[in-house]
Design a protein around this ligand. Structure first.
Ligand code: HEC
Length: 141
């Protein structure tokens, strides 16, 4: 249980900003971290891309574009005012680049992967700078 709490406090610091603090509730059972749908989706995107990175380093093509990723257009955000026209543009840009990673083509997989990760970062620079150092670790050098 202690481990879980430690993990959650790390997530808290990696999250966007102090808004996150409102998401923690102390209950008789201990700390609970209430995650927005978008934060949960982001963590899934992070995990998938960490796996993609490993696959690509092993010379393998990631298999199937996860359809859940399309939920970026609808998932509830911690701060609903983040969903602007700009956010939609960045989402489309990111999804387009992400899909490319799963499509066979002549272009190098490493380039396609890094382009997708850079489009995560592009959006984060405008909405949520906290996780950028973590996202940069997904880049293949
Ligand atoms: C269109 C904008 C946008 C794109 C593209 C985007 N993000 Fe995010 N990301 C956000 C926003 C906004 C949040 C805050 C979500 C919330 O709290 O509701 C977030 C949160 C996160 C978090 C923190 C989750 C937490 O623990 O609270 C991580 C990690 C993350 N994103 C990784 C990624 C990765 C990896 C990608 C690309 C595969 C990506 N993001 C693409 C906007 C974006």
């Amino acid at each position: 249980m202690k481990k879980i709490i430690i993990l959650f406090s790390i997530i808290l610091f990696v999250g966007c900003n102090s808004r996150k603090e409102q998401k923690v509730e102390i209950t008789p059972k201990g700390n609970f971290y209430k995650q927005s749908e978008m934060a949960a989706l982001m963590l899934l995107m992070y995990e998938t891309n960490a796996q993609n990175k490993q696959l690509i380093l092993d010379g393998k093509q990631p298999k199937e574009f996860p359809e859940e990723f399309l939920k970026i257009h609808t998932a509830q955000l911690t701060d609903s005012t983040d969903r602007t026209l700009e956010f939609k543009t960045f989402s489309d840009f990111y999804l387009r680049n992400m899909k490319e990673v799963f499509e066979p083509s002549k272009e190098s997989l490493i380039n396609k992967h890094n382009t997708a990760i850079n489009s995560c970062i592009t959006c984060h620079q405008t909405t949520c700078v906290g996780p950028i150092p973590k996202i940069k670790k997904l880049l293949i050098q």
